[in-house]
Design a protein around this ligand. Sequence first.
Ligand code: FAD
Length: 466
Amino acid sequence: MSFVSPALGPDPRPTGAAAVRALRDAVPAVHLPGTDGYARLTATSNLTRRVSPLAVVEATGAADVSATLRIAAAFGVQVGVQSTGHGATEEMRDALLVHTAALDELTVHPEERWARVGAGVRWERVLEATAPHGLAALCGSSPDVGVVGLLTGGGLGPVARSHGLSSDTVRAFEVVTGDGVLRRVTPDEHPDLFWGLRGGKGTLGIVTAVEIDLIELPELYAGGLWFAEADVPAVLRTWGRWCELLPEEGTTSAAVMRLPDMDPFPAPLRGQVTLHVRFAWTGDPAVGEEMVRAIRAVAAPVLDTVGVMPYAALGAIHADPVEPLPLHESHHLLHGFGVDGADRLLELVGPGVDSALAVVEVRQLGGRVREGEPCAYAHRDAAYSVFAVGLMIPEVAQVVTRDAARVADGLGPWVAEGGLPNFTDAAGTAWADRVFTPLVARRLRTLARTYDPAGVLLAARGVRAA
Ligand SMILES: Cc1cc2nc3c(=O)[nH]c(=O)nc-3n(C[C@H](O)[C@H](O)[C@H](O)COP(=O)(O)OP(=O)(O)OC[C@H]3O[C@@H](n4cnc5c(N)ncnc54)[C@H](O)[C@@H]3O)c2cc1C
């Protein structure tokens, strides 16, 4: 048996090479650098993010995950986890990667309104399976994202203000903790892990399956309103004021967009500054329509998709791109926004401003996001989040980072401490310092020492160092 990578020659990392050798005897699917399987499983949707582990274990069940963690501990190697590559932040150069895509079980229990979902399943499949029963699973804006990746980071979806965080719907996790033990985790069994897995991402273990509550929500009054450049200032100011009065049945965000003048972007939106107001109303559609009237009254949208839609079509609200792109992403929490915040954002990225950022989105939080049982999701009380994205293409790459910093500085008076686990594009200590309060980090560190005594989980290195 050879352990020489076809692409890289003899492995210069001897401890890693020995761990990989042991792994290949213990688990069926181990992919080495230079192979098609390795390239497929290390692919990321942000092309600026490279994932290059020593080897990839394509897990076929919890036993593979357990064997990988035990072998890694024995050889002093760390382990990362990936399912879709949508949230990759760690390069994993000296680590092993457990890939969960093959853990694809999905069972819906419509009578009892819950589902069991494997760690490799994307939200899209859950939406398709639950829709015929008029049931909904609380996902994020993009159904292409992985269920477990989103849930372990809290999960803020298009109906978050009326229905709360996605992680609040979890009944049970099945997780292999860093010590290699498969555990069932519920509010009654290992309640400490139940606290830490909701918001702590992969700091305490590799989840192999989750059981989630489903809600009765066959339809929504929802969609997007796109406004042309000339109307952006007036609509964004109105949106800033409107949010402050919006009841919690409504969840909304507004994104200042600079879409390139090229396919696949629709003609009326590309090559200019536009505003995309996203809106979802889970109450009476007639009341939702009344709510949106205030926005529609400011200017005629160039595109208006807001209406009654099946819950399963909610990906159309944000219309996130799914194809891989080279992106610079930055994120902040705000304690307020309002008309003054809108004015400042217009000065930073509005029409007539020279900005290289393709999207700057302000999401209103609050409502039922503030409620729910205590867990490691540390910033329930934030009022808004800002997410800025720039395309790292040669024409603008140099100025994208500068413009993202300008937005963060310019919104300084509104910026709150911290960041959300799913949106903070950093690794290690930088990620943990932003995502957790000192109290949450301390509790996670204690749990990490208990359940991962050898410090095998790569995702915990931030809380261990904090
Ligand atoms: C287009 C798009 C839209 C998004 N919209 C939202 C949104 O509306 N709301 C929101 O909250 N987030 C949103 N996100 C962020 C998303 O939730 C995170 O990037 C999430 O980490 C993606 O999970 P994944 O499994 O798809 O990605 P992956 O890259 O496969 O995994 C990312 C991370 O998730 C964790 N993870 C994955 N699988 C496991 C596992 N089995 N056990 C333990 N940890 C695991 C690990 O920390 C891993 O590094 C969006 C992302 C994209 C790309």
